[in-house]
Write a protein that binds this ligand. Structure first.
Ligand SMILES: [Zn+2]
Length: 161
């Protein structure tokens, strides 16, 4: 398994989409398959699809985490790419699911809020994912204080000792 040291958040810069749709866009750009590991849908799978509540906040799997992504130049080797469907506005359900997904991945790969980035932090020419990452990390840090992931991890070892 490759080392995972960062989580990088993106947006699709589209008003609709899902793993299947983005996979198609990425293949058109010459990738063998979707570049992201996770996609968080906004309720519209395609341009013509009406809003579907079951699809709002739905987390879909792209590449497997064991496979290197194609989403952030120079940082694919040790990162996981998460894409929010949307341009500059995301639904509450999407934001709740993003928080939940990021927290789960932090727990799994023993990462802290400082290891969570937005694409624009590695590429000055971009605004992707159009989220205030400092505010997003502050939210993660607040929850980390209340429910520390690091402590949850240490517990089994302490019990052994
Ligand atoms: Zn991006």
């Amino acid at each position: 398994m490759r080392p995972i040291r960062k989580l990088i958040i993106h947006c699709s810069d589209s008003t609709f989409g899902d793993v299947r749709e983005i996979g198609r866009w990425h293949r058109e750009r010459g990738f063998s398959l979707i570049g992201y590991h996770y996609v968080i849908c906004n309720g519209h799978r395609t341009a013509k699809a009406e809003f579907s509540p079951e699809v709002d906040g739905l987390i879909e799997y792209g590449r497997t985490v064991g496979m290197e992504g194609a989403h952030c130049y120079g940082h694919n080797r040790d990162s996981i790419g998460i894409c929010l469907i949307g341009k500059t506005e995301f639904s509450n359900t999407q934001m709740i699911k993003l928080h939940y997904l990021v927290r789960s991945l932090m727990l799994e790969y023993r990462l802290g809020p400082k290891d969570v980035y937005g694409h624009y932090e590695f590429d000055a020419g971009k605004t992707c994912p159009n989220l205030d990452m400092a505010a997003f990390r502050a939210g993660l840090l607040e929850e980390e204080v209340e429910h520390p992931i690091s402590t949850e991890y240490k517990k089994p070892k302490e019990q052994e000792a």
